[in-house]
Structure formats: C-alpha cells, structure tokens
Ligand binder design. Sequence first.
Ligand SMILES: Nc1ncnc2c1ncn2[C@@H]1O[C@H](COP(=O)(O)OP(=O)(O)OP(=O)(O)O)[C@@H](O)[C@H]1O
Length: 477
Amino acid sequence: MLTEEGVDKTADPLRFPYRIASRYHCKGYLGSGGSGLVFKAWDDLLQRMVAIKFIRNPTFVTRQRLVSEARALAKVNHPSLCSIYDIGEPVDEHSSLFMVMELIEGARLSELAGQLNIETTVRLIQKLAEGVAQLHAAGLVHNDINPTNVIIKHNNSDEPIPTLIDLSVADTPSKAYRNRQTGFGLTPLFSAPEQNDPKLKQTHRRELVDIYSLGALMFFLFTGQAPTSNPEQQLNEHAAQCPARLKKLIVKCVANDPAQRIQSASLLAQNLAAYRYQRYSWFPVTALVITITILFTATIAAFSDNNSIATTEPLEQIDVESIWTHQGIAYSLYTKELLRQNRLREARQQANLTVRFFQSALKNNSAEITALSEFIDFLERDDGLFNPSERTALLLDTASRIEKTEVEQHIRAYALAKIYFKLAKLHRSQPHLHSRWRERALSAVSSALEQHPNSQRYQQLRCIIKAENQQSSGGTC
Ligand SMILES: Nc1ncnc2c1ncn2[C@@H]1O[C@H](COP(=O)(O)OP(=O)(O)OP(=O)(O)O)[C@@H](O)[C@H]1O
C-alpha cells in the first residue's frame, strides 16, 4: 500500500518501494530528502555495493529533477563528487524513476564541527572546492552545499575524501535561482543571501552561491555555527584558534556581496593549498599569496576562468603576476606530496594546474630563476605524471615560452639547456634526435657560461651533458 508520499509504510525496510531489475538486492534504507528515498543495494552483475535513489512521489517535476541530477552527475568525474552508474524505470511503475550511484559511507560533515584540526579542515574544504571547481567547469552550480550533503568517505586509504551528494537542485548557471521558485527547499543557513532573498538583484555569476556555501562550511567546521550578519566577529568569538589568514579567507567567501567573494572554486582551492604549503620554511613568499590573492581575486578569476570580472581594487599597486610563480611552486609541492601518497589521479590534476601557473608566470615575464628552475625540475622528473609524448610537448612549449621571456640572457640560456637536455634524454632511442637536442643543450649551457664562467651550476650542467655526450670534459669538471 502506497501512502500519499508514495512510500509503502507497511513494507519491509529491506525492500525497495518499487520493483526494479533483479540484479539489485536491497541491503537497507539509507535516508530520504525532500523528494527522494535512498537505499543501499548489492549489484549482482557488477558485484559491488551501490546506492539507489527512488522518487518519493512521482510527478512530472520530480521525475525531471531526478533526470537533471543524473545528467549533472554524469558530466563530472571527481573523487569529491558522487559518481552515477545508471538510471531506469521500475518494472511496474513507469511514472517513476530510480538512479543507481556510488555508495558513499562515512560521517557527515554536520557531525564533525569542532572535532577537526585546522590542517584537516583546510584539506577537506580544499578537496571539496576542487570538486566544485570541476562542477563549475562542466557548467553546473550545486546550489545546496551544506554539512549534511557532504559525506566523508575513506576509499581504502587513510586519506578522508569529502564527497558531495544530492545534486538534485544543481543547475546551469543561468538557471541557478530557479529552484527557489520550484519550492524545493535549500538549506538557508548555508545558502548565499541572494538565494534566500528573491528581492536581491541577481546580476552576479551564479557559481558564487557555491563559494558562499563552501565558506559557510569552513566557518561551520571552526565554530559549529552558520555565519550570520557579522561573520568576522563570530569567528573571533568562537574560533579563537583559527589563524587570521584563514579567517580572512572565510570572511571573503561568505561576503554578502557576491562581487566581494573569492571569485572561483579553483581559486579557493589554490588559496587553501597555498595555505597548507606555507609550512615549507624555504618558501617564504607563499605567506603573501593568500593576502594578495584575496585582494585581487577578481583579476585572478578573470585569468583562470576566462571570465572578465570588474574590480575596484588598485591593480597596478601590487605585482599580481608574481602570484602565478608562487602558486606554481605551491602546486608542484602539492603534486609531489600526492605522488608520495600514490594518489596518481589527483596528482595528475594538480600537475596540470602547476603547469598552467608556471606557464602564466612565463607569459607575464614574472618568472625569475627560482621559479624557472622549479618548473624545469617539475618537467624533468620521471614520475609517471606525463607520458613521453606529453612531456615532449610540454618541454617544447616551455622552451618556446622561455625564448620569449625577458629574463637575463644567461638565465634563459641555462633554462633552455636543461630543457634541451631533458629532450635529448627522452629521445635516447632515436640517435639523430638525441644528438640534435644534446648539441643544442651543450651550446645553450656554453652560452650561459660565457656570461657567468664561475657559475658552478652552469659548469656542472655542462659536465653532465658532456658525459652524456661521451666526450671528454676537458678538465672543467
Ligand atoms: N550516494 C549516496 N550514498 C549514501 N547515502 C546517500 C547517497 N545519496 C543519498 N544518500 C542518503 O540519502 C539521503 C537523501 O538523499 P538526498 O538528500 O540526495 O535526497 P533528495 O530527496 O534528493 O534530497 P533533497 O530533496 O533534500 O534535495 C541523504 O541524506 C543520505 O543520507
């Protein structure tokens, strides 16, 4: 017997509300929201546990909503976003639909307020922000990021992965506010002011509602509360231990005015990554990154998202370009750590960001010798992040960018020598290419040495290239 809500209350909780393909065996009830009922199930065919969402009360609108959620999930692929496996109609109830998805088991963020240390909090929100950035890149806005929609899973590793569920109100940026009017409840405490008040003019990029919610999540983890009208004061009162830099970042995310918020999820993730890696004492400039980035988010977002955003900040007073260099270094360190933890897929994502930041540094002529050698070290590593042809393409691209930079000539020559030498090593199996790149490397390093004959670094590189060349080192080494 189905009730008004469409649920058979007399049924065994170990039975789905509708009959579906026999490959799925019900293993228990997981929970329900405004429109869905979710069950744990065993997929006999693929031999894995899954979660299955049924529509609580099938109507045209709820059906459409489940289809939208499924399509949103199908567009993305990130450990912090729940994966979708299938969607289908129950055997006897063609007005309804069910969706099969990744089973996410673990504590909810709502249970963890005040229990996590700063490092863990920052790491979790950084990961979520990376997932949300992917959602935005796929042209979607989540619209309802809140502590009950984030489950911390442990996927066979000690590293907790915060996973965002319930994309049922996800929408394209142009329609992001539509859900308010359809009557499906969002979570007002964690949603942006412009989502809660239809009178507020909605002229800003819709993705900024998710930035607000990510900031509100971080706020919640530190204070156990949702932000109200004076988040800064609340943070001072309830999270005395929260470092000032993080406070600034959180306050920036939950700004009432969308134009004052951090302008993209990827930028938020980058700021959090930079915050985490400032502990490298030899990397003093990172500490500046957050402050500078907060002040000039609009400019950075304009670059990183290809989105032109107006800003009232006096851009010319600060060397915004140097941010690319520092972010590049921070990301290459983060990539290294991910590799150390054997998290290859995530490391690849971060490696691509690293490359992007260093390339921007080169484009803006802001790369000085440290950044250049960090970038080249990064490209030289045999770490499995890129296959040989990808690495060759990256090296060639970088060489052509370096040729155009205005760094001092000996620095440029040394950087090019390192790149050519790496290209030579990559082409060992093709003797003519190998010798061509090796000779170019030798000529570039010799040119650097002409200007700085006493540089030990340059001398050492020439020796190594010569040794590879099986030539005599001429007594220089
Ligand atoms: N992939 C999943 N793995 C494990 N549990 C899940 C999963 N998806 C949903 N759940 C559980 O089911 C509950 C309801 O899911 P969800 O919030 O997506 O339903 P909904 O009806 O679409 O929500 P709303 O109407 O509030 O947007 C969740 O709170 C969670 O406990």
